[in-house]
Each structure stands twice: as C-alpha cells, then as structure tokens.
Design a protein around this ligand. Sequence first.
Ligand code: MN
Length: 310
Amino acid sequence: MPSSLIESSSHIVLVAHINPDADSMGAACAFYSYLLRSQKKLTLFCASNDIDQRLAFLPWFEKLTQRFPDDADCVICFDCGSYSRLGIDTTLPLINIDHHESNDGYGTHAIINISAISTTQVVYEYFVANSVKINGKIATALYAGLLDDSKCFSLGKCDAKTFAMAHHLIQSGADHAMCTDWLYRRRSLASLRMKGRLLSQMKLLGDGRIALFEVTLGLLEETGATLIECKQILDEALEMRFIQAALMIIEHPKGGSKISLRTDGEVNAAKILKEFGGGGHATRSGARHKQNNDSELINNLITMITKELV
Ligand SMILES: [Mn+2]
C-alpha cells in the first residue's frame, strides 16, 4: 500500500517532472502541504533549472530544489508519464502518481487513473479516499492543475466529476482569481512574437487536416521564447475547424530534434510517437529524435498521421 510506505518513511522526496507544468507542480505542492502534517522530513524536487515562473504562486514553490538529498528513503513522483520524466535515477522505493495513458506503472507502487483530467485529480481522489482535510493551500495547488490540464475546462473530456472537484476545491478555499492571473495573464512578449512567426510559416498538410510548425534554434534565439511557449501554438492550431493534428519539430541544441504532437483524439498521438521512443496522452504526446534528418522524419510522421485519419 502506498500509504503504509509513506507512513514508514522518514524523508520523502516529492518530484515534479522536468520542465514542470501547473499539474505536476500543483500535485507535488499539494502533497507537500499534506505531508507537512506528518512531521516527516520533506524535499520538493525538480531536476530542471529553468522553472516557469508563472508557477511561483503555488504554495511551497519557494521550497523547490534541484539538489536530490542523500538521506531520503522514499520518492513520490507526480505527472511523470514515463520514468525518464523524473530527470533522476533512483533506487529508492518509488510511488508513481499519474494520469498519462503512456505510463507503464513503473515504481514500487503506481496510482494511475488515465480517465482523470489531471494528476491533481488523482491526488484529490487519494485525499478524499483517505479523508484528508483539504485546506486553502492544498485546494489552490490541486485547482491549478485541474484548471491548466483541462485547458480552462474547455476539453470535451470534462465531466460531472471535473466540475464537482472544482466546486469542492473552490469551497475549500482554492483561489481561482490567483490561478488565472498567474497562469494566463503573464504571457511574455517573446511568446507573442514567436506566435506571429510560427503562424506565418505554418504549413497545412494531409488535405489541410494537419498543421506543421518547424522551430529552429535561430528562431528560439531571435524571439527569446521558451519551448512551452512555442507549444501553445499547437493547441491554438487545433482550434481551426478542420485541423485534426498539429505537429511541431523543434531543433535540439545537441543535434536532432524534439517532436510535439497534439491531436483531436481520432489520431492517437501517444501511439504514433511511441515508435520514436516518446510518450504522453492520446491527444498530446512528445518524443526526442536524435538523428539529423528532419525532412525524412517529417515525411514519416505525416504519412503515419494521414493513415490514422482515413
Ligand atoms: Mn498532467
């Protein structure tokens, strides 16, 4: 049982995935808040050094460290669709809490619910099942993940459970105004400049049902935009009536590229990028491609996606 492992541990490391988003950090921060009641030693860890500062409103964000402690005896990771997303290697007992379809259940215990909108929903359900009292800090952290992963409650996947959770969290003190202000009203000039550039070079393929974006290192340097900012355009491309898949190929500083794929669900993004060692959800997935053969890579991907569209 994950709860008995938590019970018997004395120093627990809570891990948000590399390049964390509001869901991963929100889940880790909520769990940190909860475990503070247990008088255990805790570390809030993320392997990335460049953390999106829009997440700085989350409770206990200031406790975040990049240093993995020597005396820890348990690790809990949040929203890490594959083991590599932890950004560290550990032999410690590991509890894997997630909602990604690609999650293979690694770790000593896995609490995975692929029908959950966010990992914070998985954490919320764990709290409810264990009668954990949800205070304002926990509620805000959980709500941030729910809000962001549901694309502000716009996903078709949102159901009665989603809104019941939101209702309960707001009643428990979740600060909706703070979440929206920090997450959605702090867009950088760099990201808007990048959006302009990407829109003007967007290609429509596969009978106009696939949008393709190519991001070079030069473009990243020129605009100053981050990778997360680049990928926002994929979600926006899917807002077009006939687009069923949005694909981004991002040049990697160490050679090769990163692939990001967002789909309307008819094309299974995780299944396609699995062939490239990637993972994620049916509608959003990513992979790292190490060879320098972008045009061949793009051709292969477009062929695979088009096949699924038939
Ligand atoms: Mn998530």
